[in-house]
Write a protein that binds this ligand. Structure first.
Ligand code: GCU
Length: 601
């Protein structure tokens, strides 16, 4: 684009078009145009394309800045000093992290710029939205040299309306991604997983009518299992427009007219509803109509609750036979596709699971929708992990934003039964206030699901006690324990007692130990498969005796990359607690766990 046109756009106030972060529900069932594919990228460790040499930020200025990468400038003459060129820069597959796609970016933490050129003819009366499934970690988005806005958080979707900016040809979308770890971020600087940077999930243009259904919630009422209730939110609503909800298989048809408000709350009653369960994951076709527009979704109906030490699914006790999962693909990169989800959940099913803990951040929508279909109950969590800066209001706001985005996206998924607020956070008054505030937001946004957090325990004289103050605020008291790996003797397993000061269901949300697949030896020597197998046998003997035990999710299904795990010849940059190696080979402990679940009723 020539400098003159850019200048005109800047002068007419197009400089910054920042707007609220919009997340349209159920993109997969709308009219979309994918921007996935090859994008050019520029590695910019000094953020030369974002600041001038005095660290003035280019995109807060009104005048044209030749050095600002988001102009994607190509000079018409040889006098201009332009020191970048996206079109002559390398390309990378999007969606996909940069660490696993470019050898020289394996450990890179910093800024990378991405550019995608495309044409799009938007007909009159239509609107166009740009949506990102997730970008890790801090993102600035520009279209045709104009800033759309910014987003912080590496695992939730966000988007912007681009109707006024799109051109029929030669659009250029420039995205600045910065994955530097920050003390005040969520997560903070210290994690036991790889800090994959980049545009890690789908990039999609969504075309809509001038007014359209933006969001909706359709759930079974917690108390009355014949009642289906929720809301429909219409964007740019006009009074007296009509909204209908149909569930053909239940012969349900609900119609109402909008008033002045763009949100309608509804309830209607169904007969002979087949409730969703892991054994029979019944999903109903739901048709939402707004004027002549029809949006389809597949939704399961079930209730989840706790009573004393039990978890009740549709009023019946259920034991969570689970496994923890990190979002990684077979190549050792950030997972995001339907194939990645199928690979992981098929193994979980083979293990005998009815439940998965998606650790330690919201996973991609493919895996949650697949869990709906395959009949796997799901624990989802936000990355309030280890030592977050609990004293910083901005850190709290970041965590709350991620929590709300996670609930907004997955609130219609029957498989999701637990929202977890935190993992192994150190005790302090600030931390408990930070997390109980998050719990209040979660309960307000979604009163239908269970709230949990993975806690630590105290042990004294062979008695392990769950007495974390958070236990008073959560429905499920989950805790991580590593008998035989981070302490304790496996031979004592059957003598160890567990107690909780809460009369609530207990979940062992993590236990396990490392083994290098294919390394064999005696069961007392770390790192070999026999050791891991023995560790599982002994831990399960102890776990079986925990009062109010309502489930467990061993750590972890598959070996995963971690910069903390560096033992040469054994870890080599992988956490080896997987029951399956990163090459997809099962270890001996996998069969111990499978047998345990097979015998568990
Ligand atoms: C911790 C933590 C995990 C970590 C695991 C381990 O409990 O929750 O993220 O990977 O233990 O040390 O392997």
């Amino acid at each position: 684009m020539s400098r003159l046109i850019l200048l005109l756009m800047l002068l007419t106030g197009y400089q910054s078009f920042s707007q609220e972060n919009l997340s349209i529900q159920n993109i997969g069932n709308r009219k979309t145009y994918s921007l996935n594919g090859k994008w050019n990228y520029i590695v910019d460790p000094y953020e030369t394309g974002y600041y001038n040499f005095h660290l003035d930020q280019y995109d807060t200025r009104k005048d044209f800045q030749m050095g600002a990468y988001y102009f994607n400038y190509h000079s018409p003459n040889k006098q201009d000093l332009v020191e970048y060129d996206f079109d002559k820069s390398p390309v990378m597959n999007i969606p996909g992290d940069w660490n696993s796609q470019a050898k020289d970016l394996f450990y890179y933490e910093g800024t990378v710029w991405f550019k995608k050129s495309f044409d799009y003819s938007l007909k009159a009366g239509k609107r166009l939205f740009l949506n990102f499934g997730a970008v890790n970690y801090k993102t600035d988005v520009y279209l045709n040299g104009i800033k759309l806005g910014a987003h912080t958080g590496g695992f939730t979707s966000f988007g912007f309306e681009v109707s006024a900016l799109i051109k029929s040809s030669n659009n250029f979308l420039v995205v600045k991604v910065d994955n530097k770890r920050q003390k005040d971020a969520v997560p903070s600087t210290n994690t036991d997983w790889w800090n994959y940077g980049g545009i890690t999930r789908d990039v999609t243009l969504v075309e809509t009518e001038d007014t359209f259904i933006e969001d909706y919630s359709i759930q079974l009422d917690k108390q009355d299992t014949t009642k289906i209730t929720g809301f429909v939110k219409v964007n740019n609503a006009r009074p007296n427009d009509s909204v209908t909800i149909k569930i053909p298989e239940l012969h349900l048809f609900y119609k109402t007219n909008l008033t002045t408000d763009s949100i309608i709350n509804f309830e209607f009653f169904g007969k002979n509803i087949k409730y969703w369960t892991p054994g029979e994951p019944k999903l109903y076709q739901v048709l939402l109509s707004y004027n002549s527009q029809v949006l389809e979704d597949k939704i399961g109906f079930r209730t989840i609750a706790t009573r004393s030490g039990k978890i009740l699914l549709n009023g019946q006790p259920v034991f969570l036979k689970g496994i923890c999962i990190h979002e990684e693909n077979a190549r050792g990169g950030r997972g995001n596709s339907k194939e990645d989800a199928l690979r992981l959940l098929t193994w979980a099913k083979e293990l005998g699971c009815n439940y998965v803990r998606l650790a330690h951040y919201p996973h991609n929508e493919n895996i949650v929708r697949l869990a709906d279909k395959m009949g796997l109950l799901v624990w989802e969590e936000i990355p309030v992990y280890w030592s977050i800066n609990f004293k910083n209001p901005a850190t709290y706001q970041n965590a709350e934003n991620q929590l709300k985005d996670m609930i907004t996206r997955d609130k219609n998924r029957a498989s999701v039964i637990i929202w977890s607020m935190a993992n192994e956070t150190p005790l302090s008054a600030e931390r408990t206030k930070f997390i109980t505030d998050l719990i209040s937001v979660a309960r307000e946004k979604d009163p239908t699901r269970l709230i949990s957090a993975a806690l630590l325990s105290e042990s004294k004289d062979g008695i392990h006690t769950i007495n974390d103050p958070l236990g008073a605020y959560i429905d499920l008291v989950a805790f991580n324990q590593y008998l035989g790996w981070y302490g304790g003797n496996l031979e004592d397993a059957e003598k160890i007692k567990w107690t909780s000061i809460y009369d609530k269901p207990l979940i062992v949300s993590e236990f396990g130990g490392d083994a290098k697949q294919g390394l064999h030896g005696n069961k007392y020597d770390r790192w070999n498969e026999e050791f891991q197998e023995y560790l599982y046998i002994q831990n399960l003997k102890m776990i079986d005796k925990i009062p109010n035990l309502a489930g467990l999710s061993p750590w972890i299904l598959v070996d995963f990359r971690s910069p903390r795990r560096l033992l040469p010849g054994i870890q080599d940059g992988y956490n080896r607690k997987g029951l399956i190696s990163n090459e997809g080979k099962k270890k001996k402990a996998f069969w111990i766990m499978k047998k345990y679940y097979g015998n568990k009723r």
